[in-house]
Design a protein around this ligand. Structure first.
Ligand code: ZN
Length: 474
């Protein structure tokens, strides 16, 4: 690869910033979901910049422990009061409808309507983003302030949607380099009108693909535009044979807010991509954070499931799902929230990472030693009973489908700590039950109280997901 060409690309960054922002504006109004025309429309717009290969995987296809769901599409939705006044209107914001709502056309009382309305009382001005992919249901989302104004009346509820046999759509762009060894960039295309969480990743990945097209490279580069979770599981299932080519990878998400960069390491934790991203961030002389791998988050969950354990990390800014990103999964994650300067800086950082991977990695090996010095596990003389139990996840490739076993809330998008706690415990157990980590290791690494880990392991064992064995390699 010619280094000068990369330097020229860095100079392009501000121009690319305009392009990214413009593309974001174009994609923002589309009601995307994990299947359906919203994804197709999105991929078609991306295809104006890079010639994507579009794949359709039929409803009912088995992908590891999952099944491709029915395809969802929506034309319109509203709730009207008895005078015909639309008090909730999908045309004003697609977040108003619970994503994947089944069609409905009926008159309901206020009491019944309320059962299907979701709000965030702590953020009364904002509309939440909610999904119900794997449980047929319907619902609306609105601001809590508007919700409080609802009075006794007969309401007309219309959701003009379809949920039927179809397919799951994803896009892929493969740039052949001198070798078959690959760098993977994966982003998701399933969120409706949300900007940082979703669109920032899409526009950055698109522009990386576009501007790397004509450079000669040592590595081949693969760009994935897939629905989150089910799309990653599908891609891994369909392309299992290709997976060994992936030498480095990043999940691109939430890069457009004003927060400092956060690098979430791969599950292996000390691979070349981990060392490279950290080296690039250090050179910026700006604040950044490094996080050890955790098994919730985006599609690194699937790429780093124990049966694949790929060198895939994720570089983003503010930590989604925490108080430092209160706009997450709400109507406040809009076009004003994402800053062009942040996108430009992210573009430039991702480019530097690729440039670094392309260069020889002698310097990075020196970093290796430094990074491998991990804090010792806390010594505990009073070890709890069962501390040395070691389980095997019987579904090591991607995540098993917990929803169909009743172990996972079917309503997605919500960010409530009480719902998340049990879910996170299960995810930690699934990811680290590889016959090498004891329950105490998992408790120490996750920070989750030991008994919660132990109880959840028992539940997974009862569902035939974990298989308990003593660790006889000690
Ligand atoms: Zn999200």
């Amino acid at each position: 690869m010619k280094k000068t060409e990369f330097v020229n690309l860095q100079k392009l960054a501000s121009h690319v910033g305009d392009e990214m922002h413009q593309l974001m504006n174009e994609l923002y109004p589309i009601c995307r979901s994990i299947t359906g025309d919203g994804v197709r429309k999105t991929l078609k717009i991306i295809s104006k910049h890079v010639p994507l290969d579009i794949h359709e995987i039929e409803t009912g296809s088995k992908v590891f422990d999952w099944t491709i769901p029915k395809e969802w599409n929506i034309n319109d939705a509203y709730v009207a009061d008895s005078t015909g006044n639309k008090i909730i209107d999908f045309q004003k914001s697609n977040l108003h409808v619970v994503n994947y709502s089944i069609p409905i056309n009926k008159k309901v009382s206020l009491e019944e309507l309320k059962k299907h309305i979701h709000t965030i009382p702590e953020k009364p001005e904002l509309i939440p983003y909610m999904t119900s992919y794997y449980n047929e249901n319907w619902g609306f989302c609105m601001s809590h302030n508007e919700f409080k104004k609802l009075s006794e009346d007969e309401y007309h509820v219309i959701i003009d949607s379809t949920l039927k046999e179809g397919s799951l759509t994803y896009g892929e762009y493969y740039l052949k380099g001198e070798t078959d060894e690959e760098i993977l960039f994966s982003t998701y295309v399933c969120h409706p009108s949300l900007c940082n969480d979703n669109l920032s990743g899409i526009v950055l990945t698109t522009m990386l693909a576009k501007y790397l097209t004509n450079l000669s490279k040592k590595y081949s580069i693969r760009f994935l535009f897939i629905p989150e979770t089910i799309g990653a599981i599908t891609w891994l299932c369909v392309n299992e044979k290709l997976v060994s080519n992936i030498k480095h990878g990043l999940v691109v998400t939430c890069v457009g807010d004003s927060g400092t960069f956060t690098y979430k390491k791969s599950r292996q934790g000390n691979t070349e991509i981990d060392r490279t991203v950290i080296e690039v961030l250090r050179k910026t002389n700006k604040d950044f954070r490094i996080k050890d791998f955790f098994p919730w988050g985006s599609d690194e969950r699937q790429f780093c499931s124990p049966g694949f354990n790929l060198p895939v990390g994720s570089l983003y800014r503010s930590q989604y799902g925490t108080s430092e990103f209160p706009e997450y999964h709400t109507s406040a994650d809009n076009l004003d929230f994402v800053k062009k300067e942040s996108l430009i800086e992210a573009f430039s950082t991702y480019l530097s990472i690729i440039l670094n991977l392309e260069q020889d990695n002698t310097k990075k090996i020196a970093l290796n030693k430094e990074l491998s010095e991990r804090p010792e596990l806390i010594k505990n003389n009073d070890l709890p009973e069962g501390h040395d139990l070691v389980y095997y996840n019987l579904y090591p490739k991607c995540e098993p489908n917990l929803g169909k076993r009743g172990l996972y809330s079917m309503l997605g998008g919500q960010n409530k700590p009480e719902i998340n706690r049990f879910k996170f415990t299960l995810l930690w157990l699934l990811n680290f039950s590889d016959g090498k980590h004891s329950l105490l290791d998992i408790s120490t690494r996750s920070g989750i109280e030991f008994n919660a880990i132990k109880n959840a392991a028992k539940i997974l064992e009862e569902h035939g997901i974990l298989n308990f064995q003593q660790n006889f390699f000690e």
